[in-house]
Ligand binder design. Structure first.
Ligand code: IMP
Length: 179
């Protein structure tokens, strides 16, 4: 795979090699195995982006968990919009349960905040998040981001589940937008 790729009208350059991402996933898995082995959470995967991270992560988890999915969307192209749409809702009873959200990326944290509000409303006992990537310079919430694979600058990226208008999710490395 070349260093520069084109998706729709934009060019992206290879930024984080797959080996580094695999290592970060394993480190997150180790932390989860340590923290959840005696009391496993319900795992809530955010579609579509987190499916790749979730699949890589789940294979390394040593506890049994119920898995559920939810689909929210606020992104259009390479920018967030103000409207958060629920495309697939929560269909699992979370009342009194520990919930672990699996995300591909935490950017401003708006999606995370929406999920936390929803889960609190449904009576979750504890809510934590594991994300493959975090943009600390864009994140502006007081909520802790409990498990982070890789911290990245505030630039648009694709690969490992992250897309630009539907493309790029299958890339094994992470690519950064070329301006
Ligand atoms: P937040 O709500 O601002 O934290 O954004 C979370 C969502 O925005 C993610 O689940 C992604 O769908 C999308 N997103 C944010 N930054 C990127 C990026 O760099 N590449 C691809 N999608 C992104």
């Amino acid at each position: 795979m070349s260093e520069i790729i084109q998706l729709h009208d934009k060019k992206f350059i290879k930024y984080i090699p797959s080996q580094e991402i695999d290592k970060a996933v394993s480190e997150v898995a180790e932390q989860l195995n340590r923290d959840y082995c005696s009391d496993p959470p319900l795992i809530l995967v955010t579609l579509n982006g987190a499916i790749v991270f979730a699949a890589d992560l789940l294979k390394q988890l040593q506890f049994s968990s119920v898995l559920s999915c939810i689909k929210l969307s606020s992104y259009k192209g390479t920018h967030a919009t103000d409207t958060m749409k629920t495309l697939i809702g929560l269909n699992e009873d979370v009342s009194g349960k520990r919930v672990l959200i699996i995300e591909d990326i935490v950017d401003t944290g708006k999606t995370y905040q929406t999920l936390v509000d929803l889960l609190n409303e449904k009576g979750a006992k504890e809510i934590r998040i594991a994300t493959l990537t975090l943009k600390p310079d864009a994140y502006n919430l007081d909520l802790p981001v409990h498990y982070v694979g890789i911290r990245i600058p505030n630039k648009f990226v694709v690969g490992r589940g992250l897309d630009y208008d539907g493309l790029g999710r299958n890339l094994n490395d992470i690519y950064q937008l070329v301006n």
